[in-house]
Design a protein around this ligand. Structure first.
Ligand code: CU
Length: 156
């Protein structure tokens, strides 16, 4: 990861050299570091209904405690639950009566994660969805690198 920081530093120096105008370059380099690239949200809302499970966003990252935070709303007329597999492969779930809201925090494996209603037959009826868990650090540095590439492209 230290190499990425070095890359950012070298790229910044390149931008300064290529732009020629010190003040303009300073402004552009400043933009590299402030504001910081947007962080990936660490929580999401999930709507459940007959028969769907709908996440408010599909890409999330763990919070500083290592957990993804779900806020679930059963908008349906029947009982449902909300289930997700944690990083240890254990089912984590919360029961939700009609109109009920609930929160669940779980440490999830990176990559695609299934979220579903674990009541018998409900998944087969459509109560299933997917989210993708990304690494916050990698995502922020990817955004930085993309910004550097964009700036270098503009400077040429
Ligand atoms: Cu259900």
């Amino acid at each position: 990861m230290r190499r990425r920081g070095l890359y950012a530093l070298v790229a910044s120096a390149l931008v300064v050299a290529m732009l020629g105008s010190a003040s303009l370059a300073a402004a552009k380099v400043h933009r590299l570091f402030e504001p910081a690239p947007e962080r990936v949200p660490t929580g999401l809302q999930v709507d459940e209904d007959e028969w769907s499970v709908t996440p408010s966003r599909v890409t999330v990252a763990a919070d500083p405690t290592g957990q993804v935070n779900f806020s679930i709303f059963n908008r349906g007329e029947d009982d449902h639950d909300f289930a997700v597999l944690d990083a240890q492969g254990q089912v984590r779930k919360i029961d939700l009566g009609p109109g009920a809201r609930g929160d669940l925090a779980a440490a999830l494996a990176p990559g695609q994660n299934k979220i579903w209603c674990n009541l018998p037959g409900h998944e087969a009826l459509g109560m299933v969805g997917y989210i993708t868990v990304v690494d916050q650090y990698d995502a922020v540095y990817a955004a930085w690198e993309a910004e550097i590439e964009r700036m270098l492209g503009r400077a040429q």
